[in-house]
Ligand binder design. Structure first.
Ligand code: F6P
Length: 353
């Protein structure tokens, strides 16, 4: 193999640049050249608005000074058309015309589905898990997760200071799609009282009771870390609660937002609750040391797989060992909730007084 491509796709994640750098430098070390495609799968499809900006040749020098930068310098996009076979074939045709013999893609579940399809169509493709969600079950960690947890921790620390000063409770919403890992890790690291996640059913009444009891027994810090996907696991019947509490009128299960939830908790507990949605702040920032190291290790391993004609696989990390797994074993496998960490949050926030 003499020339390979690399692209980043889906939501950006800190550490993607470190992975691209490792792909380029490992390839160059093995006498290969690398083309970096811009804006995810739009690059090989040559469908960026400015056609001179679909790709660039990446040398060791092009990837200098990127290891510490968040985001992705190759830019990213979600290419919704890429599930169509004719679109995948067009990408392969374009890549072959550029002399490419393999591709490394960095992204999440959707990105891997595209990579799997390319490989099945005969174009050797390897995936690197890059997403702050940590929702790919085959790897202990995805690239960007550690940084996002640390960013969330920093934000929660700040919110805690103001909420303690005002003796309020704080409902802090974190990202993660349908995976509660970001919420659980943040909650445990921040000493939060609760982590509400999509994988586990929950009732507003229970949270309000625990909050009320905490306040009664002199608890000054009441932090609820809420995973954005956890609206789907809310089991309380808001319709019934609305009948009971005039102040909740009009609040429906399927139209819940973080600020509405804070209001519900406030009404049920009688204690002031403020909502903060951390949003995109969690995706930005310089990657942590762990993510830089992980990106470097995964990037290097991805290139080695291509060199050994082992396309069709995703790289990952298990028990601090770099692994690779066929795409077939990955897609649709949902990471189970880490119940050990959830139980620990409950034990450490238990209030007996
Ligand atoms: O998958 C990463 C992620 O940040 C999720 O946590 C979040 O739900 C989603 O992307 C947001 O996507 P977008 O950037 O398209 O708004």
């Amino acid at each position: 193999m003499k020339r390979i491509g690399v692209l980043t796709s889906g939501g950006d994640a800190p550490g993607m640049n470190a992975a691209v750098r490792a792909v380029v430098r490992t390839a160059v070390y093995h006498d290969m050249s690398v083309i970096g495609f811009k804006r995810g799968y739009n690059g090989p499809l040559m469908q960026n608005r400015n056609h001179t900006d679909d790709f660039e040749i990446l040398t060791e020098r092009n990837v200098s000074g990127v290891i510490h930068r968040g985001g992705t310098f190759l830019m990213t996009a979600r290419c919704l058309d890429f599930h169509k076979q004719e679109v995948q074939e067009k990408a392969i045709k374009n890549m072959r015309a550029l002399g490419l013999e393999g591709l490394v893609v960095i992204g999440g579940d959707g990105t891997f589905r595209g990579a799997h399809a390319l490989n099945n169509l005969g174009f050797p493709t390897v995936g690197i898990p890059g997403t702050i969600d940590n929702d790919l079950a085959y790897t202990d960690f995805t690239l960007g997760f550690d940084t996002a947890v640390n960013t969330a921790i920093d934000s929660v620390n700040r919110i805690r200071e103001t909420s303690e000063s005002h003796e309020r409770a704080s409902l802090i919403t974190v990202m993660g799609r349908n995976c509660g890992d970001l919420a659980v890790h943040t909650a445990l690291a921040c000493g939060a009282e609760y982590a509400l996640v999509p994988e586990k059913e929950w009732y507003v009444e229970d949270i309000a009771d625990k909050l009320k009891w905490g306040v009664l027994t002199g608890k000054r810090s009441n932090i609820i870390i809420f995973a954005e996907g956890a609206f789907n696991s809310l089991k309380s019947n808001m319709h019934e609660l609305c009948h009971k509490y005039e102040a909740l009128k009009g609040i429906e299960n399927d139209q819940m937002t973080s600020s509405k939830l804070a209001h519900v908790l406030e009404v049920l507990s009688g204690h002031e609750v403020r909502a903060t949605v951390l949003g995109y702040i969690q995706r930005g920032g310089s990657p942590s040391g762990s993510d830089r190291i992980l990106g470097s290790r995964l990037g290097a391993h991805a290139v080695e797989l291509l060199l050994n004609n082992k396309g069709g696989r995703a790289v990952g990390i298990r028990e601090n060992k770099i692994i690779d797994v066929p795409f077939e074993e990955i897609t649709g496998v949902i990471r189970p909730l880490n119940n050990e960490l959830v139980d620990l949050i409950n034990v450490l926030s238990h209030n007996t007084e």
